[in-house]
Design a protein around this ligand. Sequence first.
Ligand code: GTP
Length: 182
Amino acid sequence: NLKIVNVKLVLLGETTTGKSSLVLRFVNNDFQENKESTIGAAFLTQKCRFEDKVIKFEIWVTSGQERFNSLAPMYYRNALAVIVVYDVTKAVTLDRAKSWVKELKRQANPNIIIALVGNKIDLVQPYEDESGEYGEYGRQVPTEEAKAYALEAGLLFFETSAKNGDGVRDVFVEIAKKLPLE
Ligand code: GTP
């Protein structure tokens, strides 16, 4: 007899960073190239077997559009975990992610689990030039910079692609591992 544990989880982050797409990948293993922006918020659930338990994630995807930002506290107030999403190809979206983290530290449950997720890594192209130097096209947020910030702020950290699925499941599994179950 498996015990079902309900876990309320919320996604926050600038518009078009891929919050809905990450959840669509996790829940339906699907991706939509031209996904329309969320109005207000959307709700989905996904069950996940974890050790001797079944975790039922109750997921609220909030809209990143500015006009809906004042609704966010309603969603994160009773949440056990929050995923704050930025887009690795747009540096300003990390600034917005940091301001959400600040708000959460001020206003959310102090035990809330926060994961910082840099999405759209499929748009980053590694290259090697003639002199043997390595680099990346398309990236505006270096992994090390975001990782250092996450470490300092006490956040889980991931890079993902909702488009090809890279890293997406890990986010939810690592959150599940940190949950105070029982
Ligand atoms: P709001 O609802 O406006 O807050 O947006 P959102 O953060 O939920 O973003 P959404 O999931 O709607 O994705 C925005 C756009 O980016 C869509 O056209 C997606 O197809 C695209 N997108 C999302 N994730 C990825 C990704 O990992 N890689 C690429 N290449 N595109 C992505």
